[in-house]
Design a protein around this ligand. Structure first.
Ligand code: R2B
Length: 274
């Protein structure tokens, strides 16, 4: 893949200003980003992060490190790519590499903790005009392995474009409706790359990898093969093209804070039922 053939990403996408939606933050003397091992008193966040233009979230710590090294080389950025350091090395919760890549762990609870701290970090660092991407693997629905799905809409396991969070014992529903247009621009970029079959589709977010995604090989299985195929067919008919475990909370939280994001996942395993 030749990255230099792509249009400049800031042309595709910009985030002018972050709106953190927490009035308590203004009254706090110090904000500690516990899971990044960073804080507003212990670190000069604007100096460390104020120049960020791209943040990429996704995959395991090792995959993010390899991707950071790949991008460093492709963009011919200064520094030795073999010595790329993990900014969060003081904690084993997440990893972060500057050109900015973050490994968010698996599932909604893990990525939601990371997002609270990432959004505050970008806010404290006074970052503007950056692009936030999420990449990773997913299970395909009626697609060939290796296909990239650019998410058009994130849906829950009832195919609704929303994310439900329990707050103080009450269910809060946040929308995952997004900016139309960005996904089409990304699809256009991918059409210039020969070896990357890409589609736009809905991404379904589940809270479990096995039963939650209709897999028959977990420790428990409460349904038949026919039940599974019927559910996946229904998902396909509503526009779902891949299934993973973080997309709805990612979109919903960023949306509330006025951050536009691009979610992009490759299909690593598939169920063919069409
Ligand atoms: C894709 O892959 C992981 C499960 O194997 C999960 O994080 C996801 O969304």
């Amino acid at each position: 893949m030749n990255l230099s053939s792509l249009p400049p990403l800031e042309v595709l996408f910009k985030n002018p200003q972050i709106h953190v939606k927490n009035p308590h933050l203004d009254t706090m003397e110090e904000d500690v980003l516990y899971h990044f091992n960073l804080g507003t008193k212990t670190h000069n966040l604007p100096e460390m992060f104020g120049d960020i233009k791209f943040v990429c979230v996704g995959g395991s710590a090792n995959r993010m490190k390899s991707f950071a090294q790949f991008i460093q080389q492709e963009l011919a950025l200064p520094g030795n790519m073999d010595n790329i350091t993990d900014i969060c090395e003081g904690t084993d919760r997440y990893s972060m590499y500057k050109v900015y890549f973050l490994s968010p762990g698996m599932g909604v609870p893990s990525i939601s903790i990371m997002l609270h701290e990432l959004i505050k970090l970008l806010h404290h660092a006074r970052c503007i005009d950056f692009a936030l991407f999420r990449i990773g693997t997913s299970g395909g629905v009626g697609l060939e392995p290796g296909t990239v799905v650019v998410t058009d809409k994130e849906v829950d396991c009832f195919f609704r474009a929303q994310f439900e969070q329990v707050v103080l014992g009450k269910v809060i529903t946040r929308s995952t409706e997004l900016d139309v247009g960005v996904s089409k621009e990304l699809l256009q970029c991918s059409s210039e790359l020969d070896d990357v079959p890409t589609v736009i589709g809905n991404t379904m977010c589940t809270s479990d990898f096995y039963e939650g995604q209709g897999r028959l090989d977990g420790a428990l299985c409460s349904f038949s093969t026919e039940d599974k195929l019927e559910y996946l067919r229904k998902a396909y008919n509503t526009g779902v093209r891949n299934i993973e475990m973080e997309s709805t909370v990612f979109r919903a939280m960023c949306r509330v804070c006025a951050i536009s994001v691009i979610q992009n996942k490759s299909v690593s395993n598939v169920t063919n039922f069409l």
